[in-house]
Design a protein. Sequence first.
Length: 430
Amino acid sequence: MRRTLYLLLGLLLIAGMVLAGCGGKSASSGTTGGNTGGKKEVTVTIGFTESQTGKYNVDSTAQTQGFKLWMEQVNNAGGIKLSDGTIVKFKAVSYDDESKADKVQQLYTRLATEDKADFLISPYSSGLTASAAVVSEQYGKIMLATGAASDSIFKKGYERVYQLYTPASRYLTGAVDMLKANAPDLKKVAFVYENSKFSTAVVTAAKEYAAKQGYDVVLFEGYDKDTTDFGAFINKIQDSGAEAVLGGGHFQDGSTFARQIFEKKLPIKFLALLVAPPNPKFAELGDAALGVVGPSQWEAAAAYTPDAAKAAGLTWFGPSSADFAKAYKDKYGEEAGYHAAGGYAAGVVLQKAIIDADSVDAAKVKAALDKMDLLTFFGHIKFNTSDAHGLQIGHEMVYIQWQKKDGKMVKEVVWPKEGATADLLFPLKH
């Protein structure tokens, strides 16, 4: 009996020593750690999907490339050093969502449960991000939503989803202001747009704003997401007598719409489309791109600097626009558009939150995001923490227009005036 008691006490002692040896905390079960030269190193897993196939491929690829560039730079620079000496590095786990919402829910569930991702980055587009947000909130994962402008995502009571883009409700209102400033006599406006969550939210807000500014909205009509022949819509625009057209959707449909407007010589004076024009590939349309305006979340020419941050009473963090743009071109051999910048900015924001939290603990990182009021190369970043938690309230749009200089297509910032690199080319010349 006594021998058995001693044996049990011995086993309990050994078990206690083993448990003591297993001490230490991580952000989640997805975080791995180790010791390197006496320093503790943790690897944080960031999960996301990308549209390697499907309609969002072009924009999603740029977003992913931007994010991966950030991660590569941080890891190559030695990671993030916390005050206790811990070195934080990152790894990515990603899958092809095929531009489909049902795939997104399936894959983000896998990222949260099987891959044990510590933090999430949203897929590209508001529709896909809406699907991912349900999953991220369900499993208590912080998700940085880049490439998603819809306001509605942030009116569902989520506490862990944070938007980087200017919300859709403010996406095209600046274009109305620009039109009014440059063409005060123009009155008839048409909205033709893709029937998607993002585009519909943008144009609905812009239509209401245009009406308040005294414009006559003579056409307001959506087209199916797979539309490739815009002839019927162009005829309706012409019949309506519209002098300006605003709308569009994403890269593929926007590019096709602009090209067919040019080919049919539609007699309008102003054309502003979502998403497509700021993408450097839009210039491949040649003269069909000339004069087309697009709202952009970021442009390399935009004057976001440490001095601007100081003047605004904000903290500056991260590289300059020029440094990011150069690094992106060196890495991928192409100019960075705002989708790429948004992907990179998601990493920058997460990096700053971890630094401010001095931890990779999700609750502490969330608190840091809630307090963030920051100027970066991407612009002002600040989140709503009340009625629409996570909604972006700091970032503002810039508007670009394709113009010609020395026979070459160039992208100029034309609004707001304080950030403009050229005057608006008006009227449109087709």
